[in-house]
Design a protein around this ligand. Structure first.
Ligand code: ADP
Ligand code: MG
Length: 737
């Protein structure tokens, strides 16, 4: 039969291309490609995004005025009409189920009449209105593949008469709804999967997880779970299937991560020797008392550094929690150790940061922290290199050639090297590299990180630092190979930042408030979404403020008596450095910048930030930007200027206003945007089901401990070849950035 969508050639195999068994038209082929589905196996593992629960659906006969009703039925008589008086175009028609029919009308959406052919099976939801005769007004429509009354009882639910006399009990019916793409509907997928089931392909599926583990956590086998996830008899089965695949995903990731961890733990490293009293002395020179969290973090790290196997640790702390002090102290403890069999020199540390501005800033604060010690510090960026101290003036740094710096680093004469990506070029070789710190690690790809860490026989200790607020379960999973340390406190005396959402009308008032802060000696960041004047030909761009134009306007109209400068990514490094230095020293009071200042920049006296076009930034980014102004004990202010009324934008800015810290904000963001947006899915390639699992601490812990036991006794999974294969296959889809 030519029109039949499925053609059958030979016994179906899991790895067969769908095109070998299904007759597909071009649009369907394209859609499947978009969905990343090529083989039978791919389709089986394309899980329903959700199930349509018919629990609230009503029989048409039972509809009453005022109901917000959901009905299933067949459309008929759709046509476009103009209303008699107001000449408004409407689409009207009728929906019928096996209990009766009702009129439907859409106002101002005449095109709907053309979208659904006569006889379409649909789900409608809308309000039941009308005086004399009832109708459903402006319902939303979705085509469905079958009506409840036609549903195969054995597959979905027991048909049974209800008290209201409707033909079937709707309560337990579940339709799988898949992620679709133009040309491929849920209906197609449902039928295609039925076909696959009928072809006994499931018999080819073995379970990589052993039955003991499955029993322990009450999980169905892979085969059963596949049937349940696509055609659940009831909610419980559907959930059990999802739970199984969720467990599987976390378990596989844990296995990968613990394998890495156990490999790493066997490597050799350079261990450090440093006395507690030396550390105390170093810490005593900070202009502040360390927080308890900072002290704990330093203890944990130093104790790792003393070991013979390389540390792999993640230091997670909100913006402004003081990660740099932890970095500096632990680097100090490394420089206090002599290289093996040597009575001079120091073990070396590398400190990698994502931007040049940040590298220079860290270089300068390290100069201050190490100036009393006989320790040289190098700076390496793509635009130039520096060394501290200079031979001529021991209080200053000098510019030196890259070749010269690299020679000294390779000779072990520069114990501390701070830099950007330039640090991981092949030409950079260390004589005695013992410790690597990666600041704002989420900015670097995994491969880049590994370049710094993988040295052949000696592996340096690694500290990754991040302000990305991710839930503990997610951290335990995607960073399962790392030990985790949290900086849970902010420095003493920090006042909660005051965040305001400023609309067009209240700008003036805000500027007045800001002037008061400036007059009291504080400084201001103004963040704009773009650098240049907008292109007048691009209508949409017109409202987006540019750094250059805004700086001019502010100088002319608002902040006449203050020094204003601008900063953006297209400037030359030297220029940027000068501007940052002038801002740091207070010579300029206002810095109008793009989000280049987002990462790590530290000017404690700048306590006010205005963010123009705030709706254009993501929540995490806004939080980072706001983090620029909580670096001292002065009251800090963040004004988000937004000329938008869009619901989600406003909701996001409100979340920013009310969230006390990055973790709370991440949770809010998750709620507003749905899972997987902020982190997880895009960032690491986790599936929707995997993201669900992440919300379940018990499951994550179970998967983690099972993986731990397994890897401890069989590090390369030699004894479980199926599992090993499955883990490797999964690893290909994941990317742990
Ligand atoms: P982040 O964790 O965002 O990297 P920084 O290390 O840049 O934070 O620290 C933010 C600011 O707080 C810096 O000015 C730093 O000197 C200061 N700071 C760090 N620790 C403390 C502390 N324990 N008490 C007071 N101020 C501190
Ligand atoms: Mg920092």
């Amino acid at each position: 039969m030519a029109s039949h969508p499925f053609c059958y050639t030979r016994a179906m195999q899991l790895n067969d291309l769908l095109t070998e068994h299904f007759r597909l038209v071009e649009t369907q082929k394209k859609a499947l490609k978009v969905l990343n589905i090529a083989t039978v196996d791919d389709l089986l593992f394309h899980f329903p995004a959700r199930y349509e629960d018919l629990g609230n659906a009503k029989a048409i006969r039972d509809l009453e005025r005022g109901d917000n009703a959901i009905v299933y039925g067949v459309l008929s008589g759709l046509e476009i009409k103009k209303t008699f008086r107001s000449r408004v175009a409407i689409a009207k028609g009728k929906i019928t189920d096996n209990t009766g029919s009702i009129k439907i009308m859409w106002f101002n959406q005449p095109y709907i009449a053309k979208m659904y052919p006569e006889g379409s099976m649909v789900r409608l939801s809308g309000k039941v209105t009308g005086d004399k005769s009832l109708y459903i007004s402006n319902p939303t429509v979705r085509e469905v593949d079958r009506l409840p009354s036609e549903v195969d009882d054995s597959l979905f639910a027991k048909g049974k008469a209800t008290s209201t006399g409707s033909a079937i009990e709707l309560k337990d019916l579940l339709y799988p709804v898949y992620k679709e793409s133009r040309g491929i509907t849920s209906k197609w997928m449902y039928h295609a999967i039925q076909k696959i089931f009928q072809n006994k392909v499931l018999d080819q599926i073995s379970d990589p997880i052993d039955s003991k583990t499955l029993k322990k956590y009450h999980l169905p086998t892979r085969k059963t779970a596949l049937v349940w996830i696509h055609t659940p008899k009831n909610k419980r089965d559907g959930e059990a299937a999802r739970k199984r695949f969720a467990f599987e995903e976390v378990f596989f990731i844990q296995l990968m991560k613990q394998q890495e961890k156990s490999k790493n733990a066997k490597k050799q490293t350079l261990s450090i020797k440093v006395s507690e009293s030396d550390i105390k002395k170093f810490v005593g020179r900070f202009p502040f008392e360390l927080t308890k969290s900072q002290k704990k973090a330093i203890d944990a790290i130093v104790s790792d550094l003393r070991g013979n196997h390389p540390m792999s640790r993640l230091l997670e702390g909100d913006v402004g929690s003081g990660k740099t002090a932890v970095a500096a102290t632990t680097i100090y403890s490394v420089t206090m150790t002599r290289p093996k069999d040597q009575s001079f020199g120091n073990l070396q540390s590398a400190y990698m940061v994502p931007t040049e501005i940040l590298a220079r800033q860290h270089f300068e604060s390290f100069m201050e922290l190490f100036k009393h010690l006989p320790v040289s510090i190098g700076l390496i960026t793509s635009s130039g290199c520096k060394k501290f101290p200079s031979k001529i003036n021991p209080n200053l740094a000098t510019d030196i050639s890259r070749a010269q710096l690299l020679k000294w680093v390779a000779g072990g004469e520069i114990p501390i090297l701070i830099g950007t990506h330039s640090l991981i070029q092949k030409s950079v070789k260390f004589e005695n590299l013992a410790y690597v710190i990666i600041d704002e690690q989420h900015r670097f790809g995994t491969m880049q990180r590994q370049k710094l860490v993988r040295k052949d026989d000696i592996t340096p200790h690694l500290l990754s630092m991040t302000a990305t607020p991710i839930p503990r379960t997610l951290a335990l999973t995607v960073y399962g190979d790392l030990d985790l340390t949290l900086l849970s406190e902010m420095p003493h005396g920090r006042k909660p930042i005051i965040t305001e959402i400023v609309t067009l009308g209240s700008r003036e008032k805000t500027y007045e408030a800001v002037k008061k802060e400036l007059d009291a000696g504080r400084q201001l960041y103004v963040i704009c979404p773009r650098i240049d004047e907008p292109d007048p030909n691009k209508l949409l761009a017109l409202n987006v403020k540019s750094v250059k134009a805004e700086a001019k306007r502010l100088k002319k109209d608002i902040f006449q008596k203050y020094e204003i400068s601008i900063l953006h990514s297209k400037m030359k490094p030297k220029e940027k450095e000068e501007i940052m230095n002038n801002f740091l020293s207070g010579d300029t009071q206002i810095l109008v910048a793009t989000s280049v200042v987002e990462v790590g920049v530290n000017v404690p006296n700048a306590t006010v930030i205005i963010i123009e076009g705030a709706e254009r930034f993501g929540l995490a980014q806004l939080h980072q930007l706001r983090g620029r102004v909580i670096r001292s004990n002065h009251q800090a202010y963040c004004y988000t200027f937004a000329d938008t009324k869009a619901k989600t934008s406003v909701a996001r800015l409100r979340a920013l206003k009310s969230a006390k810290n990055g973790f709370e904000l991440a949770e809010e963001d998750l709620k507003i945007r749905g899972s997987g947006e902020l982190y997880g899915k895009k960032q690491w390639g986790l599936t929707d089901i995997g993201m669900e699992a992440i919300k379940n601490i018990k499951m994550v812990e179970a998967a983690r401990s099972e993986a731990h036991v397994l890897i401890a006794s069989d590090p390369s999974l030699k004894k479980s070849p199926d599992l090993r294969k499955a883990v490797l296959a999964r690893a290909e889809d994941l990317h742990f950035e």
